[in-house]
Design a binder for this molecule. Structure first.
Ligand code: PLP
Length: 457
């Protein structure tokens, strides 16, 4: 791209583009990072500079960038039937994709409701839980439980489930009956900090406490991610999900696994619940289902939950125009084929230990307090003082994460994400085709930038 085209794009972006979750004022003095092209695990900006996409863009591009078979599948579907709704109709790509997802989902999760993305998927699961209980004669069950710091999306229902106070404050009041419980974050355990099993029991029991406090007859569902993103790729302590399932069953509460990030190979399985061996009543998905080549999300629903909607005049009073879009579904089918042909689930399982141990090398840096994750879903937690894992205060986080790390990591050619929704972390989620070369690049880039960051404090 010529310098003048680049300048024009910059000016236009600053004047017209409303970037999501961004401080637009920050671009008065800085350029908007404009990415123009991608290939494999790398993306390129307008000047042709190369960046390692160590976040799969936004936990999305599982199979990497520039895969022509997915663009070809989109073009073919578009030629044949560019759009038709799934409101009272079917079309082959949505039908076939629903079948493929049901085959891969655990247990009796056999029915798929398509949306266009993750927030709508969570919103759908929330509303489905409520209507289900009305249909089965338990209309008092409307409350939902989720975990502190968890991010579940931006629509009002999904935002109410989200456990990040600062994200909700501008839009309060939230939907009534959205209750928060502590998350299962062993690194920051205040109870049973020396015993992971006991901690897992404690963390799951917090959900039971909340159910009992609220009154079980008023609680519809618990929403959890297999590995929680916000707070920094927080894997569950051993036994947590088995106990959570028992608790939900004891109180007749639905268990929803929010897998907008954790599905489609991110944890080395089709679905995150399979990694931890638990059976949800619903799984929400989005992002990796198409590797980002077209927008799509949805909910995989158990036969038991679908059953009251299958007869008589019952109907789920819910739908979105572009849910199950034919082109997105065709792209998702082609994406699943790539997963299978290239053995990507096994690739992640075979390489996750190498990714973990490569990132572990960063523990020699004074700023690094923890390195954690699973599959290709990792976080490096930054601390002010490793003795006691002291957190940064708000002013330090502002200076370190937003002021320094975000622009500096980008300048170092690394797409990853400094985040302080919970603690101060750098999130990493390489494309599922990445290997040791990319792991080393991530480690070297982070090492260089975090070493410079030490001077700042
Ligand atoms: C666990 C989880 N749920 C829901 C969402 C919302 O998805 P979307 O941004 O596609 O609306 C996200 C987005 O990152 C997520 O990580």
């Amino acid at each position: 791209m010529s310098d003048s085209d680049d300048r024009r794009l910059q000016d236009s972006a600053k004047r017209h583009l409303w970037m999501h979750f961004s401080r637009l004022g920050a671009y008065d003095a800085a350029d908007v990072p404009v990415i123009v092209r991608g290939s494999g695990s790398y993306v390129f900006d307008a000047q042709g500079r190369r960046y390692l996409d160590a976040l799969s863009s936004l936990f999305v591009t599982q199979i990497g960038h520039g895969r022509e078979e997915l663009s070809a599948a989109a073009a073919k579907q578009s030629d044949q039937l560019a759009y038709f709704p799934v409101w009272g109709y079917g079309h082959p790509s949505a039908i076939e994709l629903a079948e493929r997802l049901a085959e891969r989902a655990p247990g009796d999760l056999n029915r798929v409701f398509f949306t266009t993305g993750g927030s709508e998927a969570v919103e759908t699961a929330y509303k489905l839980a409520r209507q289900y209980f009305k249909l089965v004669g338990q209309p008092g069950r409307y409350k939902v439980i989720s975990r502190q710091w968890a991010y579940h999306g931006v629509t009002m229902g999904a935002l109410s489930l989200t456990g990040v106070p600062a994200m909700k404050a501008p839009f309060e009041p939230m939907v009534p009956g959205a209750v928060k419980v502590p998350n299962a974050h062993f690194f920051r355990a205040v109870e049973h900090a020396d015993d992971e099993q006991a901690y897992a029991r404690w963390a799951a029991d917090q959900v039971e406490r909340a159910i009992v406090m609220e009154g079980p007859e008023s609680v519809a569902a618990v929403f959890v991610e297999p590995v929680q993103n916000a707070g920094g790729s927080v894997p569950p302590p051993p036994g947590y999900f088995a106990r959570l399932r028992e608790i939900c069953d004891r109180h007749g509460v639905l268990l929803v696994s929010d897998e907008v990030i954790c599905a489609f190979g991110r944890l080395g399985e089709w679905f995150g619940a399979q990694r931890y061996g638990f059976q949800p009543d619903m799984i929400t998905f989005a992002k990796g289902v198409t590797s980002g080549y077209a927008p799509l999300g949805g909910v995989v629903v158990s036969d038991r939950l679908a059953e009251p909607f299958l007869s008589g005049k019952a109907s789920f009073s819910h739908g979105v125009t572009f849910g199950g879009h034919p082109v997105s579904c065709a792209v998702a089918l082609a994406n699943l084929e790539v997963f299978e042909r290239e053995g990507l689930l096994a690739h992640v399982r075979d390489h996750e230990a190498a990714l973990g141990s490569t990132l572990d090398r960063l523990r020699d840096l004074p700023l690094v307090g923890d390195v954690r994750g699973a599959g290709y879903f990792w976080a490096v937690e930054l601390v002010k003082d490793r003795e006691g894992f002291v957190r940064f205060d708000a002013e330090e986080r502002e200076r370190l994460l937003r002021g320094f790390l975000a622009p500096r990591l980008y300048a170092a050619g690394l797409i990853c994400r400094p985040d302080d929704r919970g603690d101060s972390i750098v999130q990493l989620a390489p494309t599922l085709i990445s290997g040791q070369e990319q792991f080393d690049e991530i480690e070297q880039g982070l090492r260089e930038v975090l070493t410079e960051a030490e001077q700042l404090l």
